[in-house]
Design a protein around this ligand. Structure first.
Ligand code: S3P
Length: 187
């Protein structure tokens, strides 16, 4: 697919950060987006696992959520020093007061929206263990967590519904939405 004339770089965008609940498509859309832009794609969870030498469930099992969040914050801050890449954040990374509003200049944040039911359906088919959803009632747990996180996700510069479109199509929609942002972001 050809990218329309004008890249995000033309409006001062140096990196794109995808945020949203588990299963919203951050990784698949991020990969497609990076392909369109000829940028690198980085998955925050993969980086955490590579840098610690431990899987996400192992980190949670050893130190609980607090330990994971500490590592996630440090890895996220380090990654955001780079440019010309698309970052798929972990589902809880953006859900901290002030995190999205403190992104470095030249960064566009994109919230991919998904319902709790669809998130659980996708999470089940992906086979990636999600400690935050380990519950007798995963849809109920997801709905509660999603409700608590939505105010944080909604700070993102762009919001798009992730249901009903393939990743490649969503990636094109993300680019269009970024180009339509008033003035973009100064880099
Ligand atoms: C989490 C989401 C996961 C991973 C960890 C915690 C969360 O990432 O970071 O299991 O708190 O929502 P994905 O959103 O990529 O599944």
């Amino acid at each position: 697919m050809t990218v329309e004339a004008g890249s995000p770089g033309d409006i001062g965008v140096r990196r794109i950060v995808l945020v949203g609940f588990m299963g919203c498509g951050k990784s698949s859309v991020g990969r497609a987006l990076a392909g369109l832009l000829n940028w690198r794609f980085v998955d925050m969870d993969d980086e955490i696992e590579a840098r610690t030498g431990r899987s996400i469930p192992e980190i949670f099992a050893a130190g609980g959520e607090a330990a994971f969040r500490g590592i996630e914050e440090a890895v996220g801050a380090d990654l955001l020093r780079e440019t010309d890449f698309v970052l798929a954040s972990g589902g809880g990374w953006a859900a901290t007061e002030g995190r999205l509003s403190a992104l470095p200049s030249g960064t566009v944040s994109v919230w991919l929206k998904v319902s709790a039911e669809e998130a659980i359906r996708r999470a089940g088919s992906q086979g990636t263990p999600r400690p935050m959803l380990a519950s007798e009632d995963p849809v109920g747990a997801a709905a509660e967590l999603l409700r608590a996180r939505e105010p944080f996700y909604s700070v993102a510069d762009v919001a798009l519904d992730s249901e009903g479109s393939e990743p490649q199509r969503l990636a094109v929609d993300v680019l269009r939405a970024i180009r339509e942002m008033p003035g973009g972001r100064e880099g």
